[in-house]
Design a protein around this ligand. Structure first.
Ligand code: 5AD
Ligand code: SF4
Length: 449
């Protein structure tokens, strides 16, 4: 029933959603469905959604409504395009979504991806609308087929859910309690990926540092990280780390494991101790800075990135200054900046919040200017260096130039060497001598040219 049906995927949100999307593609392809790259060409549309900030909710409503007016492909045997909504909004809203969006046929949650083909088949055959949700996952869907976007890079989820309950965050309510995969299961999958030719593995979890607490009584992230490094894969990365759980053992690996990439995403959220307390982050500004010092001691060349929320309820100019100074002091290579978004059901949604919108916007703009300045300065240290670049494909602007990422996770552009076909180097590691550093990318020449 799904054989030769065409499908299009909208993917919003985090890396976990990217990974879920790869599983959805893999699953639908095993049923003979074909992925297409436009809604116009698709008989089935699947939304993988996010609800961390309100903007993502608004985007789903807009996109889902706007596809109503797009006609089905002329050769379709269906009499209506089938629309499915999954991911975090599916999990959070369930049945309500069928009421809010009259063209949605299927709602599935974060734990019921495996049910999607069956629900789509049902919708196609009897036009019924259905919802499939589970409160908690029975385990990991590691046996579901996955269609990796790139054959050379893979996500490897090691935990799902989150037990931290930061007061602004909806994730623990939607994704549920933290659950870890067994060490054996993770290492088996890592070895399998390496045998398939994967060059870069990114371990995923809402808080990878507490990996294993539910299974083994204490966090075992250092063990799983070391195990994955020991597979000999070229590159290992991980996201996301909660500062309160980053151990000395994990930090030490940045100094000893050559294939653990010199890049750490360590969300600070705020630089004000008062706000950190209100956020229930359970670390202080001083403890955070101490971690940064230790990480840089383990590997002085490491690049750091972070997440910052501007405009948390009750944030004063003084609190903001603390955040601004923290960002300046650390010298991040990348900062993901977010304006606080009220999420119903979270403790912060109940906190008095009377800072005018323009004041918050002004703080946000000042922070963004600093972030850009930092990124530019951080990138200058690469000029004149030779960096390993994992080639991903042509750059958007020029087909003779390829794009890839450096070990520090910076985008690199360089000319495809003469006499070399780009297809032949995609997915391989090349050495690039960096000639110029901009704010968001580096350019250079392939060594030997
Ligand atoms: N408002 C704004 N940003 C948020 N984040 C999480 N919840 C909210 C919210 N309610 C940000 C945090 C987190 C990142 C993934 O999203 O900075 O680290
Ligand atoms: Fe949300 Fe905090 Fe858990 Fe991150 S650690 S997912 S911000 S509750």
């Amino acid at each position: 029933m799904l054989a030769n049906k065409t499908f299009y995927l909208f993917i919003y949100g985090c890396q976990m959603n990217e990974h879920d999307a790869e599983r959805i593609v893999g699953l639908l392809e095993t049923y003979g469905a074909m992925r297409v790259d436009s809604v116009e060409a698709a008989e089935i549309v699947v939304f993988v959604t996010c609800c961390v900030r309100e903007a993502a909710d608004i985007r789903l409503m807009g996109q889902a409504a706007s596809i109503k007016n797009i006609p089905l492909p002329a050769d379709s045997t269906l009499n209506k395009r089938i629309v499915a909504v999954g991911g975090c909004i599916g999990q959070r809203d369930g049945l309500e979504l069928l009421e809010k969006l009259d063209n949605v046929d299927v709602v599935f949650g974060t734990h019921t991806i495996d049910q999607l083909p069956g629900l789509l088949i049902k919708a196609a055959s009897d036009h019924s609308r259905s919802v499939s949700l589970l409160e908690e996952s029975a385990g990991f869907a590691s046996d579901l087929p996955s269609h990796r976007k790139h054959t050379w890079a893979a996500w490897l989820p090691i935990t799902t859910g989150c037990d931290n309950f930061c007061t602004y965050c909806i994730v623990p309510y939607v994704r549920g309690r933290e659950k870890s995969r067994t060490l054996e299961d993770v290492l088996d999958e890592a070895s399998l990926l390496v045998s398939e030719g994967v060059k870069e593995i990114t371990l995923l979890g809402q808080n990878v540092n507490s990996y294993g607490r539910d299974l083994y009584g204490s966090p075992q992230f250092a063990k799983v990280l070391k195990g994955v490094c020991d597979t000999g894969v070229d590159r290992v990365r991980f996201a996301t780390s909660h500062p309160k759980d980053l151990t000395d053992e994990v930090i030490a690996l940045f100094g000893t494991e050559a294939n653990l990439m010199p890049y750490l995403h360590l969300p600070a959220q705020s630089g004000s101790n008062r706000i950190l307390r209100e956020m229930n982050r359970r670390y202080t500004r001083e403890a955070y800075l101490d971690l940064v010092r230790k990480v840089r001691q383990a590997n002085p060349d490491i690049s750091l990135s972070t997440d910052i929320i501007v405009g948390f309820p009750g944030e004063t100019e003084e609190d903001f200054q603390q955040t601004y100074n923290l960002v300046k002091e650390v010298g991040y290579s990348q900062v993901f900046t977010f304006i606080y978004s009220k999420r119903e059901g979270t403790p912060a949604a109940e906190m008095p919040d009377d800072t005018p919108r323009e004041v918050i916007q002004d703080r946000f703009d000042r922070l963004v200017a600093l972030v850009q300045e930092n990124a530019y300065q951080q990138n200058q240290r690469f000029v004149g260096r030779w960096l390993d670049v994992l080639v991903e494909g042509p750059s958007k602007r020029d087909p003779r130039v390829f794009t890839g990422h450096s070990p520090h996770n910076v985008t690199v552009h360089a000319k495809v060497p003469s006499g070399v076909a780009l297809e032949d180097i995609v997915g391989t590691m090349v050495q690039v001598r960096i000639d110029e550093a901009k704010t968001w990318y580096l350019t250079g020449e392939v060594v030997g040219e």
